[in-house]
Ligand binder design. Structure first.
Ligand code: SAH
Length: 391
């Protein structure tokens, strides 16, 4: 049986503009579990689309198909197929680690699938996505025969949705804790068991490639390094030395393994377990200079209420990072905060440069790679922003 959700008068604009999120406050009445298929209807009962309910979330439902067509296996298989086909066209050579499904960006709300060689790491971030598993799992498994499919469930949003948090093996044999894969000919280890995200930050692939191209003969400071991927790319590009800074000692241990996996000279690599804010202040006080600096902090803002505080954090980090730039040096400044728009982030960097007294120039505005497509109907899916600044 399909539940009908009626939008309140004046609250059907977003759905008519094909935005997939149906907020609970836009609903006439409050839906109750189970998290099943729903029909979303206008106040005058017109069918706007079909989706799945997330009864405990402020986004009460997400629309998977607009209009009156059925939300069935063949519709979802078509979305999975077009997601896979897109990657076949855009993933660069020498790469078997990439995002196969990017949730709303591929028309599959709440579903993230990252590929690491023969392992697919899945996140189903909403109750609706979980309920829809019989629709998305068979076409995914059919497209990657023999692959291990692991659903990683220790995801913040699942806590709020009241979903189980233990990982589930959906296909194949249990994967090793660390899965080696290739990115543009380099080898990396995804930490499936204990790592952040699904084990690696695939979204930065094209920005790592940029840094690789800028690093020949340069010193590189990689702040908020996680498992060191920017630094591995930098050494592959001929960097003279790389320093990684992160609060997580296990992430830095993995960084050394990633360098070693590529046969790189570990004497050129330094790992520093520290708070990056404090570390930066000390480097500025010591008068250090660097040719290439990367700042890639965790999302300082997850919701709109956090934006002011997040901007202060981004300003602080990048003000200090700019002060470290040698003449002709470059800073790759990243933000993965969804609610901080690229224009706002640019203003923050402007304020940082002004305070630092550094005449910065914008060389490039960048985002995630094409395996993280942004839904034009759902601009919230554009979470990663990056600026390449030159001194
Ligand atoms: N640049 C990385 C991804 C960075 S994710 C890549 O390309 O793979 C953000 C990282 O910041 C995490 O590894 C987290 O451990 C670290 N982190 C969070 N707060 C920090 C802080 N205050 N100082 C230093 N590192 C921090």
């Amino acid at each position: 049986m399909t539940t009908q959700l009626f939008l309140r008068p004046g609250r059907d604009d977003a759905a008519r503009r094909r935005h997939p999120w149906v907020f609970s406050r836009a609903l006439a009445g409050s839906p109750s579990p189970p998290a099943e298929e729903v029909e979303v209807r206008s106040p005058s009962r017109a069918l706007l689309g079909r989706g799945f309910l997330s009864p405990r979330s402020s986004i009460a439902a997400r629309i998977w198909r607009f209009g009156d067509g059925p939300l069935d296996a063949s519709w979802v298989a078509g979305l999975v197929e077009s997601a896979v086909a897109l990657r076949e066209r855009f993933v660069p050579p020498g790469t078997d680690g990439y995002r196969v499904v990017h949730a709303e960006g591929d028309g599959l709300p709440g579903l993230v699938v990252d590929r690491y060689a023969n392992v697919l790491a899945v996140q189903a971030t909403t109750a609706g996505t979980e309920a829809a598993r019989p629709l998305w799992l068979p076409p995914l498994a059919a497209r990657f025969p023999g692959a291990t499919i692991l659903q990683r469930n220790d995801v913040a949003s699942r806590h709020g949705e009241g979903l189980p948090l233990e990982d589930e093996l959906l296909a194949g044999s249990p994967p090793p804790g660390r899965v080696p894969f290739r990115e543009r000919g380099l080898t990396f280890l995804a930490d499936l068991a204990g790592g952040q995200k699904t084990g690696f930050f695939l979204d930065q692939r094209e920005n790592r490639h940029l840094v690789r191209g800028l690093s020949a003969g340069r010193s590189v400071l990689n702040l908020f390094s996680y498992s060191g991927a920017f630094g591995v790319a930098a050494l592959a590009g001929g960097a003279t030395r790389v320093t990684h800074v992160d609060v997580s000692a296990p992430a830095l241990a993995l960084a050394r393994e990633n360098h070693a996996a590529n046969g790189q000279d570990l004497s050129l690599v330094e790992t520093v377990v520290a708070d990056a804010f404090e570390d930066l202040r000390e480097r500025v006080a010591r008068g250090e200079t660097w040719d290439v600096v990367v700042t890639d902090p965790p999302a300082f803002a997850k919701k709109t209420l956090d934006v002011d505080r997040a901007c202060r954090g981004y300003k602080d980090v990048n003000r200090l990072a700019l002060k470290l730039l040698a003449p002709g040096g470059v800073l790759l400044a990243c933000s993965c905060s969804g609610p901080v728009s690229i224009d706002l982030f640019q203003k923050v960097l402007f304020a940082a440069a002004l305070d630092a007294g550094v005449p910065a120039r914008i060389l490039e505005r960048r985002g995630a790679g094409p395996d993280h497509p942004v839904s034009i109907d759902c601009p919230e899916t554009e979470y990663l922003k990056a600026f390449l600044l030159a001194r």
